[in-house]
Design a protein. Sequence first.
Length: 52
Amino acid sequence: MEQQSTHLTPTSIHPDTHIGLVTLRVANLDRSLNFYEGILGFRRIERTAGTA
């Protein structure tokens, strides 16, 4: 297995870092879904009765 060189700067995060489950309370669900899915590229796990 090839070892990857990791160069970290004061503003970088380790490449193996990932975001887990996140819960947010928002005023406009459709607008927020458009931002998080359409712009940031997050994927929705589920959506039921006014929640996603």
